[in-house]
Design a protein around this ligand. Sequence first.
Ligand code: SF4
Length: 373
Amino acid sequence: MENSICTIEQLKNFIDLSPKEEKKLKQITNKHPMCVTPYYLSLIDWDDPDDPIRKMAIPSLNELNLQGSYDTSGEAENTKMSGLQHKYHETALILATNKCATYCRHCFRKRLVGLQTKEIIERLEDAAEYIKQHEHVNNVLVSGGDPLVLENGIIEQILSILSDIPQIKFIRFGSRAPVTFPSRFEDDELLSILSRYSRPDRRIYVVTQFNHSNEITKQSIKAVDNLIKSGVIVNNQAVLLKGVNDNPMTLANLLNSLVSIGVNPYYIFQCRPVKRVKHNFQVPLCKGIEIIEKAKEHCNGHSKRFKYIMSHITGKIEILGIFDDEIYFKYHQAKNRKNLGKIFKRPVDESAGWLDDFKSTSVRVLDAAPYLL
Ligand code: SF4
């Protein structure tokens, strides 16, 4: 990570920039830092201006577009103490760090990654106490930033404290390190810590984010293999991203390759309407449904187990499909538990990229969810 490319000056060794472009990119990286590991950088084909890895890792002038917001799923209102969020009944979320190996340009926590923030956990013991007092919390997601770039000692401390909570059934790490920094998983000490805490009756999960099959390389396959050999279960949460994987065959190749290497396709997320991200990356929902359904035609049962999900302020909403000019949705997870499992629909709007983009006057509710009334 010490050899990462983190300045526009360094970037100029790879691409030509006019003085105007250079100035604007510096403005962007002052606001949202750039950092790309040498490994991830090596995956970019610099002769291809549309290279998908380049789009995910290298800042672009499209980030000057400020449509959207920095907190699209209500993280502030779910924060119980600095670094601890509790939105869904059974799951607690800990933000363990603001650092990542590579800062993804499409990150939905762009507001904090690589920046000074008060949103990171201060005292893990206090978070553990909160969880103990909420006995229905049966799993913890440790995220950030990327918690698996933390020092081994800190990772062990997190596991030790969380494992002491009797009702916790499993612990998840949200980490893109297998994708952007796979050599992290050649560290025997880290693997031995994960192996010690991933017991047969209480597994450790790593939820990673492969978005394109160009990210599936000899090195990332090895990283996944080392995690699996350490008893860790590896799931994938891809994001549907314009110019990266918004093509049925690209997506199908990714999903099929993931299954081959032992990574379970878990979710495909609709890109959130985040400032400096929405304009650059979001695919409209109607187009997203079409891409995903066509991709599924090239998938086997295992590679199409995922759900297409919008992580909305009201809950995780599955995007089911289109029938008779209406889009159908279903609450997979809900902040208000009364909405769990509820199905609702909206008239097709080709330009809508998020639930809030549909005109509320035209809402037709199948099974009334309070948010929709
Ligand atoms: S690794 Fe995850 S948290 Fe970090 S910038 Fe990428 S998407 Fe955001």
